[in-house]
Design a protein around this ligand. Structure first.
Ligand code: EPU
Length: 431
């Protein structure tokens, strides 16, 4: 059971007051995949810059039930100890808490010739089926059975076989899962219409560094020539900075930053957001690894956004950006193209006195600017939860955000880090 906690935020009523530095932590959606790759290895893996977040804890629990051990040398560091025996079963209860657990199915099937897993759970952002995964595994030669609530996949006696795969959609986790399954398969696998996300590239580079034969990372076609189990050199995986956290901090700085510097980020991965914020009128000092918002800012203009696969505007920044749009002058439009249920949080922003019109499951209009008013709200998932924190910071009055465990799934120690730049935020037990 997740610990019940809430945030109490005393809002700034729109005043530009925050000053200081925010250092971006390691990318959740990169590290989860590298941890999931453990079954492909014969020896230990070492990682640095691991964000200490709920999703990492949960995934480590899931993987350790397959016989792989995690040693936390110190905060942000891990040694993953992969022994000779690796189990094939993914814990049903834990997997139902976490969509990303699906990624582990590829490495387990490749390593053990079998994987048993439930339909994965996770955020409430739409249907999120697993048909692309099952289809890919079946083309790699696996037999698929459904037994009660679990899927039971069995590879051919000599292991998975290379195949030609076309992804109906450039799904991030699907690209990563099938790429990892193919690493130990017999022969060549060609995956077309792959995800181009930086986290997928980071995983691929890590695998190549460990002996996998993969080419085409960062392009729509990835080719994998199957090899033996991987052997990691002493090189430590350095988790890249989280571009969604960096983007969310930038949005906060745009809203109420007097002088905020965001450090340890990769600005080139944030182009879509930077373009939009600059189009709205935000002045940003952009360096390769830092972003700064300071000085006088003019009024922001309304803008339209459409979420898209990388390098387009990320769906994971859609809710935080909506908070920014409430402060822009005129009518903005949000078009969520990736998930079918990722606008629900707008009802809550509306309760905070944002002027919002939800047109359908994918589109909404925001009319601004409107002064937001504090409310008692419940995080539905991690990204919308963080958007409520941002809304609470700019609003007038005390906002209470329940279900903080969702926010903790993706953002390390967020309250203490925000306190350092002047945010008045308290974490207390939610009785
Ligand atoms: N889809 C299918 N069938 C499948 C798989 C996906 O129809 O078998 C559909 C989904 O329903 C969705 C679309 O494909 O409509 C895109 O989903 P995708 O598979 O790309 O998303 P994902 O891989 O499950 C990852 C991130 C998400 C991020 C999306 C889009 C991880 C662990 N998760 O999800 O991150 O929003 O890509 O960039 O990498 C988050 O961090 O909060 C988060 C939700």
């Amino acid at each position: 059971m997740d610990k019940k906690e809430k945030f109490i935020i005393t809002g700034l009523a729109g005043q530009r007051k925050l000053t200081g530095k925010l250092r971006v932590k390691g990318a959740k959606n990169a590290v989860l995949k590298v941890l999931s790759s453990a079954p492909l290895f014969l020896n230990d893996i070492k990682l640095n810059n691991v964000p200490e977040i709920g999703d990492v804890d949960c995934l480590e629990k899931i993987i350790s039930r397959c016989g792989i051990e995690f040693i936390r040398n110190k905060r942000g560091q891990r040694t993953v100890k992969v022994g000779k025996r690796v189990g094939s079963e993914i814990d049903v209860d834990l997997a139902q808490k976490m969509r990303a657990s699906i990624v582990l199915t590829g490495p387990l099937l490749a390593r053990t010739g079998r994987v048993v897993f439930p339909f994965p759970g996770g955020c409430v952002i739409g249907k999120r089926p697993i048909d692309f995964f099952l289809d890919g595994f079946s083309r790699l030669g696996a037999k698929i059975k459904k037994r009660g609530e679990v899927f039971d996949l069995i590879a051919p006696p000599n292991g998975l076989r290379g195949a030609s795969l076309f992804l109906k959609y450039p799904s991030v986790t699907n690209t990563e899962t099938l790429m990892m399954a193919a690493v130990l398969a017999d022969g060549q696998t060609i995956i077309k219409n792959c995800a181009l996300e930086p986290e997928t590239i980071s995983l691929g580079e890590f695998l190549i560094d460990s002996g996998a034969r993969i080419s085409g990372l960062g392009t729509a076609t990835i080719v994998i020539n199957g090899s033996k189990k991987l052997l990691r050199s002493k090189k430590i995986y350095q988790t890249p900075p989280d571009r969604i956290e960096a983007g969310s901090f930038l949005i906060l700085a745009a809203l109420v930053g007097k002088d905020i510097k965001i450090e340890s980020c990769r600005s080139e991965e944030l182009t879509a957001l930077l373009e939009i914020l600059q189009e709205a009128g935000l002045k940003i000092d952009i360096e390769k690894n830092s972003l700064r918002v300071s000085g006088q800012q003019s009024k922001f203009k309304a803008i339209n956004i459409k979420t898209h696969e990388y390098p387009g505007f990320p769906t994971d920044l859609q809710a935080p950006l909506a908070v920014f749009l409430t402060q822009c002058h005129g009518q903005s439009m949000i078009f969520e193209t990736i998930f079918e249920n990722r606008l629900g949080y707008l009802e809550t922003l509306h309760r905070m006195e944002a002027e919002v019109k939800i047109l359908d499951a994918h589109r909404a209009m925001i009319f601004g600017p409107n002064k937001l008013k504090a409310q008692e709200v419940e995080s539905p998932d991690l990204r919308a939860g963080l958007a409520y924190v941002l809304a609470g910071i700019i609003a007038k009055g005390k906002t209470i955000v329940h279900n903080v465990h969702y926010i903790d799934r993706g953002y390390e120690d967020i309250d203490n880090r925000l306190k350092e730049i002047g945010v008045k935020i308290e974490r207390i037990e939610d009785l």
